[in-house]
Design a protein around this ligand. Sequence first.
Ligand code: ATR
Length: 288
Amino acid sequence: MEINGRTRTCGLIGHPVEHTLSPVIHNTLAGLLGHNMVYVPFPVEPGRVQDAVNGADALQLLGLNVTVPYKSEVIGFLQEIDRLAYNIGAVNTLVRTEGGYKGYNTDMEGLYRAMISEDIKIAGEQIILLGAGGAARAVAHLCALKGAEKVYMLNRTFDKAEQVAVEVNRASGKDVVYPMLLQEHDKIPAGKYLAIQGTSVGLSPYVEEAVISDRVFYEKVHTGFDLIYNPWETRFMRYVQECGGKAYNGLKMLLYQGIIAYELWNEVSVSEQNAHIVYERLRAHFVQ
Ligand code: ATR
């Protein structure tokens, strides 16, 4: 595309940002949809987030994504915040409005859209969620918001799972999240469950690790969704498949969180056909 006097800029703030795939998503979409927009990474040093947001506003940047470690810190510098993002306490997308930026959490809406695209249901389901860190906590809020019947939240540290359960149950007004220790997985009633892997275990380069390695657990899983996409196939996913379940990695979540951000910035709706084209470009970074 030609960059000219009317080109709008979006970007990513975080530390580090060098390995991001977000430019692939947004610049591909801009090309496909004929939008005069570019997306670039902006490394921001610790302690400079407020300067970065104010600077972006002064430069009239159309929007920003926010990544590690600033997803919570950035909230203090926003004009407005969307309800889901507020409940989760993490923002990954800023949209410029009059007077400042509005914050959203498209990570969770992205996960939801990725699940819809794979025909995975949350409403009315009993779900196993592994982990209670930032990512799993956000997933627990999403599950409650989208009408899950029960979420067994299994974590290495019980107290963290309990804290998240109290918080999510309070926010949703229902007893949805049930905290447990990882090793208590055998206490989950017999049945087949959707299991969402939200810990950092199995992330490259520790590709042979899984947070649970007991096959008895995987017999209870009809579908496994790992939020990790590097490696392409995690040990958790392989266990699920070895026990007859279907397994998905987190790349579609990455794809859709980007698409939703793009839709917010440009006030458009991205077709599934274009989503597929972007997905293939992302996938090319992992599989030959
Ligand atoms: P993120 O933002 O990616 O969620 P995080 O907030 O640091 O990162 O959370 C990491 C999650 O992975 C937590 O649930 C953590 O368990 P604890 O709450 O007990 O720390 C989990 N985790 C990390 N390493 C683990 C390991 N070796 N075994 C089991 N769980 C692990």
